[in-house]
Design a protein around this ligand. Structure first.
Ligand code: ZN
Length: 302
């Protein structure tokens, strides 16, 4: 199944659900950044969470940035996801590997570390981003995002994200976000029922690997509660907006002296995009052009 995001409602619009399949984009991230098993799971879960959080924003330009900063060996995780279905991200130490945890699962919590912060920046699309910070709960990503939703957005929410990585790479990845909207939030029976059903899901990837689709999973959660699956299927993908022009723009900001130094010492410049791993090379001639541009701009100022 192609990577995709589907929305649904239940209980007369009192429950909102979003499900996303991210198998291919998690595999693309693994290959681009040469991620270890545990790093693949950590970044894949974070990218999945980013897409789920971005999906309930209003404008197509809206974006969510998630930055995990734990005390584990993986270092930080950075993800940038958009309402438009694009996502990109990286981890500080992509080759960190840990033995499985006591449940025999990839030890994402150990790699990220349970001590630290999750920074969330939401840009609704008008250029005034707002940010919030919460303490990490376990470093397992899903728990931490759910904690953020409860403390910062005060919406009863449950979130399940998972990535299955085998020898041939990522074979199942995705997640589901369930939120109880204010009109249903006082219905304690309903909230409890949903909580127990979400926690009985036993992870997300086992369902995918059993061959279940997103509609099947929505059905399992709320088929008897007036489930309505919205017809629109949104495709999601790994995408980075970096380009050679942007790299040249960044190099130009270093200034004449630094650029001259790069020409003399390195005969050019090489820059790697953190987000996607793309390597850009600027030749001496291109750097000389930048110096020339800077000099022209200076003349124009006087
Ligand atoms: Zn890039």
């Amino acid at each position: 199944m192609a990577d995709q995001l589907i929305r649904a409602t239940a209980a007369d619009g009192g429950i909102r659900m979003v499900g996303v399949i991210t198998t291919r984009l998690a595999e693309e991230a693994r290959q681009r950044h040469k991620l270890s098993y545990v790093a693949t799971a950590a970044l894949g879960r974070t990218m999945t969470s980013g897409l789920l959080l971005a999906s309930n924003m209003k404008r197509n330009e809206a974006r969510v940035n998630l930055r995990f900063k734990g005390n584990g060996p993986l270092g930080g995780i950075m993800v940038d996801a958009g309402m438009d279905g694009t996502v990109r991200g990286y981890v500080d130490n992509p080759d960190v590997e840990l033995p499985p945890n006591d449940r025999g699962k990839l030890d994402v919590g150990g790699a990220v570390g349970a001590d630290g912060y999750l920074y969330v920046v939401r840009d609704v699309g008008y250029g005034y981003p707002y940010s919030s910070t919460v303490n990490l709960v376990s470093g397992e990503i899903g728990d931490d995002i759910a904690h953020y939703l409860v403390t910062s957005e005060q919406t009863p929410s449950a979130l399940v994200v998972g990535v299955f990585v085998g020898e041939s790479g990522v074979t199942a990845s995705g997640g589901i976000l369930l939120q109880v909207l204010p009109k249903a939030a006082n219905d304690e029976q309903l909230v409890q029922l949903l909580e127990s059903r979400m926690s009985s899901l036993s992870g997300f990837t086992p369902l995918l690997r059993e061959g279940k689709t997103l509609p099947d999973i929505f059905e399992q959660l709320s088929g008897d509660l007036g489930l309505e699956i919205l017809p629109e299927v949104q495709l999601v993908r790994f995408h980075c907006g970096c380009s050679f022009d942007r790299v040249l723009g960044a190099l130009k900001m270093l200034g004449e002296v630094e650029l001259q130094d790069m020409i003399e010492k390195d005969n050019g410049a090489e820059a790697t995009c953190h987000f996607c791993g793309e390597i850009y090379q600027a030749s001496s001639a291109e750097l000389e052009q930048l110096i020339w541009d800077l000099q022209e701009e200076k003349k124009a100022e006087h």
